[in-house]
Design a protein around this ligand. Structure first.
Ligand code: IMP
Length: 436
């Protein structure tokens, strides 16, 4: 073996949409293999480069670098239609996809999952989650219920059809016992799709454990890109208003089918404020003018759904929960430049039943009753530092904010993003916590 393998994991540390795309893009340049390890087409990140503007949902961000492998891991739920469309769009715009592989153990999302997602949300009524309606929840529940269909079926379309027949018969009995079955719940509906997908995607299907073994033996540099964010994690997040996968560092590692011994860097991405799409409590949510200002200054609209994101102050208690789940050894903070001219606040605890608490309540109704305790420190500046590349270029109010966040998360900050371009970054080679 020529050198030791290296694994870097980048995870969203809030409710998704933390701006992971840019750091992933930077790190992808140095990687041999880039993984998408969880989620499905509900996740999305925007990439702008010489080929144009892209909203990637199912394809790892390393696809834009020639010669790198891009792998869809075990814990991804892969939409057959959306996956093929994304690959075709990339190819049509001059991005080669010949090194894009899909784990044989990744589950597939079909039209009936989307129907179930929409139906379930309707039935939830007031308690609806605000899902992305992309069939993710139903695909993960089929996986856990052992009635999922995995990518390995793409190797044999006739076995795929048999399996689909069996599963859809079961679903029809469950949902439509005496009623007509909608076409999406009949196997024939998928005949053409399965044939096409088997030809188009079948050759990309790999045995992930075998593949990883070869890469680790070669000393590959592996980058795992997380989808969503820790507070949407099925276990440690704001259940039931969460997504259906494991979004923390350890879930991502497992989703990529990799052993933990080679992990070098576990990086969390935090915005210096936070956003949420869909329903569920967010104790620091802003309902005043600041919300609209931040949304506009930072372009906080969903990549997948275009929905305006809910905006709130940085929440130290939620950040601590995220750190407890992930054990980040370094964090990255993009988007601070978007807060110029805003009198920024940071929450350091919650007020619940007249007491200040520091823990993140597991019961949703308790979390919804929490009021933020806002720090009295001043985090305000008027000089726009967009494009700054050194710590000294930052206004003092911004420096205070970054230090505050580093201390609340209790982690080193290694990058501060100062704009969307690749070179708009401050790389920190000292620990800003030590400056207190
Ligand atoms: P689902 O993942 O479509 O089932 O949606 C569950 C919850 O997670 C909803 O509140 C969604 O808005 C949220 N969600 C899912 N994916 C993302 C993401 O990538 N960014 C932000 N929120 C997400």
């Amino acid at each position: 073996m020529s050198r030791n393998p290296e694994i870097i994991i980048v995870a969203g540390a809030q409710w998704g949409d933390e701006g992971k795309g840019k750091i992933v893009d930077l790190l992808a340049e140095e990687a041999d293999v880039v993984f998408k390890a969880n989620g499905g087409r509900n996740a999305g990140h925007s990439v702008k480069n010489e080929h144009g503007s892209f909203a990637l949902h199912l394809t790892p961000a390393g696809i834009f670098y020639p010669g790198k492998d891009n792998v869809v891991g075990n814990n991804v739920v892969y939409s057959l239609r959306a996956g093929m469309e994304e690959i075709r769009d990339l190819e049509a715009r001059g991005v080669p996809t010949d090194r894009l592989f899909i784990s044989s153990r990744a589950h597939l999302v079909l039209d009936y999952h989307e129907r179930e997602d929409i139906l379930l949300e309707k039935l939830r009524g007031e308690g609806k989650i605000g899902t992305t309606a992309t069939g993710n929840g139903p695909a993960y529940s089929d996986k856990a219920n052992r009635i999922g269909i995995r990518s390995d079926m793409l190797e044999d379309p006739s076995e795929f059809m048999d399996e689909l027949n069996r599963i859809l018969k079961l679903k029809s009995d469950l949902y439509f016992s005496n009623k007509p079955t909608p076409p999406e719940f009949q196997a024939e509906f998928y005949e053409g799709l399965i044939k096409e997908a088997s030809e188009f995607l079948g050759p990309r299907v790999i045995d992930l454990y075998q593949y990883n073994d070869e890469q680790l033996r070669k000393g590959a540099r592996i980058l795992i890109e997380g989808s969503h964010g820790a507070l949407l994690d099925i276990d440690g997040g704001t259940y039931p208003m969460v997504t259906s996968s494991s979004c923390n560092i350890y879930g991502l590692l497992s989703g990529a089918g990799l052993p933990s011994v080679h992990v070098d860097r576990a990086i969390g991405v935090f915005k210096p404020y936070q956003t949420r799409v869909g329903a569920g409590p967010m104790p620091t949510e802003l309902l005043d003018d600041n919300s609209e200002r931040i949304r506009e200054q930072a372009h906080e609209y969903g990549t997948t759904t275009g929905r305006p994101r809910r905006v709130g102050w940085f929440d130290g208690t939620a950040a601590r929960q995220s750190q407890l789940m992930n054990g980040f050894r370094e964090i990255v903070i993009p988007l601070g430049d978007a807060l110029t001219g805003i009198n920024v606040k940071v929450s350091t605890g919650y007020l619940l039943d007249g007491k200040v608490i520091n823990n993140f309540p597991s019961r949703m109704s308790r979390l919804a009753s929490c009021q933020p305790v806002l720090s009295t420190e001043e985090f305000y500046w008027t000089e726009n530092f967009r494009g700054a590349t050194s710590w000294e270029d930052l206004p003092q109010g911004a420096q205070r904010l970054y230090r505050k966040i580093a201390n609340l998360v209790d982690s080193r900050v290694t990058y501060i993003g100062t704009g969307p371009s690749r070179d708009e970054n401050i790389k920190l080679d000292f620990d800003i916590r030590e400056m207190y």
